[in-house]
Write a protein that binds this ligand. Structure first.
Ligand code: PRP
Ligand code: ZN
Length: 285
């Protein structure tokens, strides 16, 4: 049987989340021993640990069949691969930043200035779109130190928490690209490998949905049941069971993380008591 080759980042922002996601999908493999390739024990898959910047290239060429990579790296690479789905972690943005003590009003002020970046293509198209001409200096790492050593007036780099900018005396002035991790695939996958990929995507979706939802149990006086049920659509409709206590019921349902606190307040206001909220391991519709 063929094995699907998945490329993930060896070391960096996406590494831990990528490994956790694979494990949450019920796929286990030997703990990293510094090896470049490892086979999963319980799923027809091999995992390749690579530099993130190389992943689009390897997937395009078929060295890897699929990969987990940031949209920032993917777009900058310009490689021809298909995006299967956004995975929801690794959220960050590509931004322009200047030294904190500089007054900055708008992009025009960067006209003729030197900007250091590892993302020349995305930056160039952004500048063209805004009709600004600047001198782009391509550097592959530690871009944030460029202004302090006199190499550039500004930088264009990934910002996640913002702590790198802060500790280098820089301030973010323009956001040019929003990014998150995506699952990409080679454009000529065999039918057999596509089938394995479909199984993987099915599991990933179940994991993702579970992370976004919570299981909720509560007690409600029968008089407020109608109101409470309208607040809890659930997957189909909530489960309602009579309590031993006369005139009361227990309601079970699923709520999303997004409007969680608002919902809890509304349920309390509607007369719900003993509200219990629990994580969901997997959720399949
Ligand atoms: C980016 C960027 C900064 C850091 C910013 O690197 O180059 O070093 O993240 O994060 P912060 O705002 O949380 O401080 P990335 O993880 O993309 O690594 P790489 O460029 O080495 O692949
Ligand atoms: Zn990188």
């Amino acid at each position: 049987m063929q094995k699907l080759k998945l490329a993930i980042q060896k070391k960096g922002r996406l590494s831990d989340d990528s490994i956790n996601l694979i494990n949450e999908c019920g796929i286990s493999f030997p703990k990293s021993s510094g090896k470049l390739v490892t086979a999963a024990y319980d799923f027809p898959m091999e995992i390749l640990f690579l530099r993130d910047d190389d992943i689009p290239d390897y997937v395009q060429d078929g060295v890897a069949d699929i990969g987990i990579v940031g949209e920032n790296v993917l777009v900058e690479s310009g490689k021809n691969v298909d995006v299967v789905s956004q995975i929801g972690f690794g959220k960050c943005r590509l931004s322009l930043a200047v030294p904190r003590n500089i007054t900055y009003n708008n992009l025009k002020e960067l006209e003729g200035k030197a900007i250091a970046t590892s993302y020349p293509k995305i930056l160039q198209s952004y500048l063209e779109q805004h009709q600004v001409q600047a001198d782009i200096h391509v550097i592959s790492g530690s871009v944030e130190i460029a202004p302090s050593i006199g190499l550039a007036d500004a930088i264009c780099d990934i910002v996640s928490t913002g702590s790198t900018l802060l500790s280098n005396g820089l301030k973010e002035v323009e956001t040019i690209f929003q990014s998150q991790a995506v699952l990409i695939k080679n454009q000529q996958l065999s039918a057999e490998k596509n089938e394995i990929l479909n199984q993987l995507v099915f599991r990933m979706e179940a994991v993702r949905r579970a992370q976004k939802n919570k299981y909720i149990l509560l007690n409600a006086p029968n008089a407020s049941l109608e109101k409470i049920i309208s607040l809890l659509p659930g997957i189909n409709s909530p489960t309602v069971q009579a309590l031993a206590k006369e005139g009361w019921s227990s309601v079970h349902s699923v709520i999303t993380e997004k409007d969680f606190w608002e919902k809890i307040q509304q349920l309390k206001d509607a007369g719900a008591e003993g509200i219990l909220v629990m994580p969901i391991e997997k959720l399949i519709y």
